[in-house]
Design a protein. Structure first.
Lengths: 561, 793
């Protein structure tokens, strides 16, 4: 056990404990339910900050690893740990949870006890999935998250909540079942090669699979994760789920759950099936770019505020997917950063819609207008969040957007190995993605103008009250973090850097493994011949790079400033 | 030289210049609603004023307080390096390291003095102009925020820090144009400004990406260094040069910010904002950011004559088009807006001809006289409003205001003289510098005499400028009052007239530091002060890739003789005078009847074109805005709702629910139905498996043997069939001659010698007892053809 190993299991246990406790309280004591929920999410947040005490930001690899036997017959272990990739996602989850409860719990009037329990179980599931280092454990938590979210939409949702919740569940299940098949395949192959039955991720990663199998397995994983992200054209469950979900559900769905798509690629799909990833990368990158533009265009066509933000998620998560598959340090760091920023800004956008909805019980754009006049504080804070989402420099959204596009633009070194010539160049993809800068401003400002600007001519808007102290307390931390991440992204990026570099290094090492039957990496008998060919290729590439260097001249030492 | 110790309160001094107004903004935007108006504007003016004092102290020094670090550097020949200070490292990933760093060189010094100086005056003016606005704190907060962002833009030491300011001023522009947001048109104008700017910013970002991709740096000093500079002239995509691609991308960004063709459309609408905003943001500072950026990257632009000709041509076309559009406007601020667009075009022509100092010189003089004009316009509108006008900007209702607003009138006139280019007002010198530079320019790769084309074009634009500006002046101040409101207008309070006077003085005198270089006459050195001051910060040369790849450099702007310079100046002066004279003829005593005759007669077409700004908005609406909406709606209803959701998602759900319905119908609990299902199912199995499975056989010749394989039908029925082979084709089943066993196996080996060319297989169905005969004629290799089969008996 590593120092601080207890923190992560504790993080999973605390919300579960809270859920059990809250279910033991009397049914009618809704303020008690809220109190228990708040207490446990706040404690979880505080405990999650302990992670920083034990986490060594300079080291690569997993830390705070907790590892005990779980299901011996299957070889499944209860193994948790974090690295620079997951650490901030964990903090994002524990941070958003109390904020969400604070901002929205008043609007839940029926079954508050079950609501709190669902939220707490959801938190446990999400935290568990972020820290799992055992693929079976991950799959378990992945499914655990699904149930409370299904209930949140199905019980506390809007008019078409049944349709939306069933669509959400079936979509997610469809993807995850194929993923389960692929998990079994990997599990069996690993046992065939090594003789050990285990679902420990780090053990599974030692075995190289045939390229053909990698292609199909990656496809199965990619389907599950692409639905979660969601990538075009697998996104239509998202607007429905968002529109019907209660505010708390929307915040958590957009703020945290969508991140599992990207996270799943990073943690599982790409390390396990590097050659599959190499083949699929251009496809996903193109779908991501389509999603960026498509999501922004369709967002503009909505008249429901929540749908606008829902489609904006499609657009923003496209940036994350694109940056990830650029496979450059800028792109991947940017992708993770964009997820954090998206969690804050989109969470804030949904919370703000919740504030309006509580007062007016409508989400139609046409029902609003001139709200700034009666709610100046709220409007100003909302403007900051909107600008953060639109990628204004010095706010958090810009850093993620810039780095992902930047990473794609500079993907020249990593793309071509897997990159058929008929597909667009990374530069073109980057440039196309950058149009999101324009379109993002188009729909976000359109929405902002329709709600906050213009005449206050709807009588029912006249009496809107500005933010209460409680609501202010939910928005101020969000806005402060949006500023903090935009102005001081470096500390966050520095913590990610070793893990991101390791990810890229491992990816390149694994992807260079020649094709063959399943085997432990580096032990393929006929590897010599292929290795020679690879060496020749590398030599040729180095020669080309030298030629470019010669013509361009040597860049100044010290890198960019 | 190391300036890292130059700090105050733990932060580098340079950081305080933008930080002071930003702090003011923070205070006023968060707490301002509880403050009195006096407190609000004291905070706002004090922070900008302090920023001005600090800038001045850093650049020139203040008597008794020391300072003047940049001046000392400039004297020592380091004006181009300037003072560089890093606040902290902003972004760091892999090789990308972006520091929040500022650099004060002679170019950014000019800019910060303009921004803080003119900014302070406009803040003071606003105390009078906005005195009765309920959102006083928000207004001053935004103004301060803008000033801070603009200072970050000009002080940024790398492209990304510049981009922070670049977007920041865009945000403030959006907020201030839509300041009176209750008017939907104003709010839309603000949004339009932001989005058009974002289109430019998209290209700006592309330029940044291209530059980093090729050079691995974004820092201006490193981009400027010779080592990196060599990359600009190397072949690039399709033989183009990097410099051309990156410079043109960045220039499109400048077109957005500086309202050049084809992205100028937001600026006229931006006049919806309060007039001090128009003066500060949409005349004096923000819109010149594009010019500043091109000059800041002069080393990049001068590396590509292609980029230069694009810049110059766009500038010229904009100067001409905007001047044309200004003719028919009847709104006071709209005329000034088009005039700003036109003057920015002049600056870009200067930049495009490598005449960097002239571009910045005109930027400065323009900041003075245009800010003065806008503030004067605000003063006029203020007066008209007090006179009872509901459309205070409509110049058709003015006239005769010289009697009521003497200070405004004098300052307005001085500025009009300056913009028309009349000696010795500042505009004369800066405009002449641009014209003379265009005349003498001769870069390789440009069409012959293109400099002269630019010169003639600019002369026409200058003629137009003098005409429409003086039209405006005469319509506002001369003749008789054309409305009651004009009769009751009165002069504005001192808080508004004081900045007017200061700006008018600057507009009159600022030109004297930029005399043309006359080699024959010895003018005192202060008359060239401006050009000498800027020279270290801009690149007067362009990269010329020599035949052996060695970079040679060459002057773009040629040196003309004294006679040429004086002759050109005389022509420019004459043009300005002609413009004023024309305006006097038509409008000297109010609109003359001859104007109406012309406008309704021979000039009706051009008049309409000018009034509707060449229908740019309508064209964009038809080609971009509407199609965008149609595509967005179409994608949503067709792709999202119909193809994906209805067909793919709900369609597959429907198919599955159909299956479930069918299976539900079967499982109703009645044994009879289950049995019926069983029978039908079994029958189906038989039917399907025997479908199309006629009996057949295949053969294979292996050495001296024939291998026969019977396929008595693949279905279940095939299992019980009886087979009989007739290997000599005589029509009766045969047996093994050696053992006497009948040939009845499905898999049979026989000697070739026993066979003939025809083989029959008899298949007897076990249920129907019907026998089928299958016949095949064998094909043998030519070597061992057996005897032909005898006729069947």
């Amino acid at each position: 056990m590593q120092p601080g190993a207890f923190v992560l299991p504790l993080l999973i246990a605390l919300p579960l404990l809270g859920a059990i406790l809250v279910m033991c309280t009397p049914k009618t004591e809704s303020s008690l339910h809220r109190g228990v929920g708040m207490t446990f999410t706040v404690i979880t947040f505080i405990v999650s900050l302990l992670v920083f005490r034990y986490f060594n930001a300079k080291a690569e690899g997993f830390q705070l690893v907790f590892d005990v036997e779980w299901i011996p017959g299957l070889g499944a272990r209860f193994k948790t740990g974090i690295d620079g990739i997951s650490i901030f996602l964990v903090i994002l989850t524990t941070f958003l949870m109390p904020i969400t409860l604070l901002g929205t719990s008043k609007s839940i009037e029926k079954h508050t006890r079950e609501f709190m329990a669902a939220m707490l179980v959801l938190e446990a599931g999400m935290l568990g999935a972020f820290v799992s280092l055992d693929i079976f454990l991950f799959y378990t938590f992945w499914e655990v998250m699904l149930i409370p979210m299904y209930l949140l939409i199905g019980i506390w949702g809007g008019q078409r909540r049944l349709y939306a919740s069933i669509k959400f569940v079936i979509y997610t299940m469809l993807g995850s079942l194929l993923m389960l098949v692929a998990i079994f395949y990997v599990y069996i192959q690993h046992a065939n090669v090594t003789g050990v039955y285990t679902t420990d991720l780090e053990q599974l990663l030692t075995v190289a699979l045939p390229h053909n199998a990698q292609f199909w397995c990656f496809g199965a994983f990619a389907l599950a994760f692409s639905i979660k992200i969601p990538l075009f054209p697998l996104h239509t469950w998202l607007p429905d789920a968002h529109v019907e979900a209660p505010t708390a559900g929307s915040v958590i769905l957009a703020g945290v759950m969508l991140k599992f798509g990207i996270f799943g690629f990073l943690r599982f799909a790409m390390p396990l099936f590097p050659n599959g990833a190499a083949v699929w990368a251009p496809v996903i990158a193109i779908l991501a770019v389509i999603g960026i533009i498509y999501g922004a265009l369709v967002a503009f066509a909505q008249d429901d505020v929540k749908k606008i933000v829902a489609y904006s998620s499609v657009s923003h998560m496209g940036f994350c997917a694109l940056g990830l598959f650029a496979l450059t340090p800028y792109g991947i760091s940017g992708s993770i950063f964009a997820m954090l920023s998206h969690g804050l800004t989109t969470g804030g956008l949904f919370l703000g819609i919740g504030v309006l909805y509580e007062r007016r019980h409508t989400r139609r754009l046409a029902e609003y207008g001139g709200v700034w006049k009666v709610m100046p504080v709220f409007s100003a804070l909302y403007l900051i969040i909107v600008m953060g989402s639109a990628g204004l420099p010095a706010l958090s959204g810009f850093i993620g957007e810039f780095l992902t596009i930047f990473g794609t633009f500079n993907a020249g070194d990593t793309f071509p190995a897997s990159h058929p010539n008929y597909l667009p160049s990374p530069r073109l993809l980057g440039a196309l993605a950058a149009t999101g800068v324009i379109f993002g401003a188009v729909y976000l400002l359109y929405m902002f103008q329709k709600v906050f600007f213009g005449k206050l001519d709807k009588a029912r808007n006249g009496g809107l009250k500005d933010l209460s102290g409680r609501e202010l307390a939910t928005f101020l931390p969000l806005v402060a973090l949006i500023f903090a991440l935009g102005l001081f992204p470096r500390p966050v990026l520095q913590v990610m850097e070793p893990s991101v570099q390791k990810f890229i290094k491992d990816y390149h090492r694994r992807v260079a493994e020649p094709d063959g039957p399943s085997h432990v990496y580096g032990t393929l008998p006929q590897a010599d011949k292929t290795a020679d060919a690879m060496q020749n290729k590398l030599d040729a590439a180095a020669k080309g790079a030298q030629a470019v260097q010669n013509t361009l001249g040597t860049p100044p030492a010290g890198g960019a400033q | 030289m190391d300036y890292s110790s130059m700090k105050f309160g733990g932060l580098p001094l340079l950081a305080w210049i933008p930080l002071l107004p930003l702090l003011g903004a923070l205070i006023n935007l968060t707490l301002g609603r509880r403050f009195s108006k006096a407190t609000i504007h004291t905070i706002a003016i004090a922070t900008v004023g302090l920023a001005f004092v600090l800038s001045f102290w850093l650049v020139f020094g203040v008597p008794g307080l020391g300072g003047g670090e940049l001046w000392k550097l400039y004297k020592a020949g380091g004006g181009g390096t300037g003072i560089a200070q890093t606040v902290y490292t902003w972004i760091e990933v892999g090789n990308l390291k972006v520091e929040l760093a500022f650099r004060l060189d002679t170019l950014s010094a000019v800019m910060i003095l303009i921004v803080t100086g003119v900014g302070t005056l406009i803040h003071i003016y606003s105390t009078g102009y906005m005195a009765h606005d309920p959102r006083y704190a928000a207004f001053f907060g935004y103004l301060n925020l803008f000033t801070g962002a603009m200072l970050i833009l000009v002080l940024g030491a790398n492209l990304l820090v510049m981009f922070i300011g670049w977007e920041g001023v865009g945000l403030c522009s959006f907020l201030l144009i839509g300041f009176w947001y209750e008017n939907e048109d104003y709010a839309t104008a603000g949004r339009k400004a932001f989005i058009v700017n974002r289109i430019g910013d998209f290209f700006f970002l592309l330029g940044i990406f291209l530059l980093f991709w090729a050079t691995k740096t974004l820092d201006f000093a490193q981009l400027k260094s010779t080592a990196v500079g060599a990359a600009y002239v190397q072949p690039f995509w399709g033989g183009e040069r990097l410099a051309a691609a990156a410079a043109i991308c960045l220039f499109i960004g400048a077109c957005g910010k500086s309202a050049q063709l084809p992205l100028f459309v937001w600026l006229p609408d931006a006049m919806a904002g309060p007039t001090p905003v128009s003066a500060l943001i949409h005349a004096a500072t923000m819109v010149t950011a594009g010019v500043y950026m091109v000059c800041r990257l002069s080393f990049l632009y001068s590396a590509s004559t292609t980029a230069m000709i694009v810049v110059a041509t766009v500038g010229l076309l904009t100067a001409l088009a905007a001047a044309f559009m200004a003719f028919a406007q009847t709104d006071l601020k709209k005329v000034l807006a088009y005039s700003t667009v036109s003057q920015l075009g002049f600056m870009f022509v200067a930049a495009g001809t490598g005449n960097w100092t002239a571009a910045v010189f005109h930027l400065m003089t323009h900041a003075f006289f245009k800010a003065c004009l806008f503030l004067g316009a605000g003063s006029v509108m203020h007066g008209m409003e007090h006179g009872g006008s509901t459309t205070p900007g409509d110049i058709t209702t003015m006239g005769g205001l010289r009697k009521h607003m003497p200070i405004t009138r004098i300052t307005f006139m001085i500025s009009c003289l300056a913009i028309a280019g009349i000696f010795p007002f500042s505009g004369f010198f800066s405009k002449d510098e641009i014209l003379a530079g265009a005349w003498g320019v001769h870069p390789p790769g440009w069409p012959a005499m293109y400099g002269k084309v630019l010169w003639i074009g600019l002369l026409i634009a200058a003629l137009g400028t003098a005409f429409y500006m003086w039209r405006l002046y005469f319509l506002v101040f001369s003749g008789d009052e054309r409305s009651e409101a004009a009769k009751h207008a009165h002069e504005s309070p001192p808080s508004m007239t004081m900045p007017l006077v200061v700006l008018a003085i600057l507009a009159s005198l600022a030109g004297l530091i930029g005399f043309p270089h006359l080699t024959g006459t010895h003018l005192p050195s202060f008359t060239h002060a401006f050009a000498s001051w800027l020279a270290p910060s801009v690149t007067p040369t362009y990269w010329n890739p020599g035949p052996d790849g060695v970079n040679a450099s060459e002057l773009i702007a040629g040196h003309s003789s004294d006679a040429t310079i004086l002759g050109l100046a005389a022509i420019a002066l004459a043009i300005g005078a002609i413009g004023i004279a024309l305006a006097w003829t038509f409008y000297g005593r109010g609109p003359s009847p001859s104007v109406n005759r012309l406008v309704e007669g021979p000039l009706a077409g051009p008049y309409e074109a000018s009034k509707h700004k060449l229908w740019f908005d309508e064209i964009y609406d038809a080609t971009i805005v509407r199609p965008f909406k149609v595509v967005a709606n179409g994608l949503y209803t067709v792709v999202d709702k119909f193809i994906i959701d209805t067909i793919a998602v709900n369609g597959s759900a429907l198919v599955i629910s159909l299956f479930s319905r069918i299976s539900r119908w079967f499982q109703n609990g009645q044994v009879q139905r289950y049995l019926a299902g069983l029978v039908v199912g079994a029958a189906l199995v038989f039917f399907v498996t025997d479908w199309h499975s006629k009996a057949a056989f295949s053969y294979e010749i292996v050495g001296d043997r024939l291998h026969l394989t019977a396929e008595p039908g693949a279905g279940i029925l095939g299992a019980g069939t009886k087979l009989a082979w007739d290997i000599d084709g005589d029509g009766s089943p045969d047996a093994d001659p050696a053992t006497g066993a009948a040939y009845d196996k499905p898999d049979l080996w026989v000697l070739l010698g026993d066979t003939r060319t025809r083989v029959n297989l008899f298949v007897t169905d076990p249920i129907t007892r019907k026998t089928t005969k299958i016949t095949r004629v064998l094909r043998f290799p030519a070597a061992n053809v057996p005897a032909a089969t005898s006729e069947e008996k």
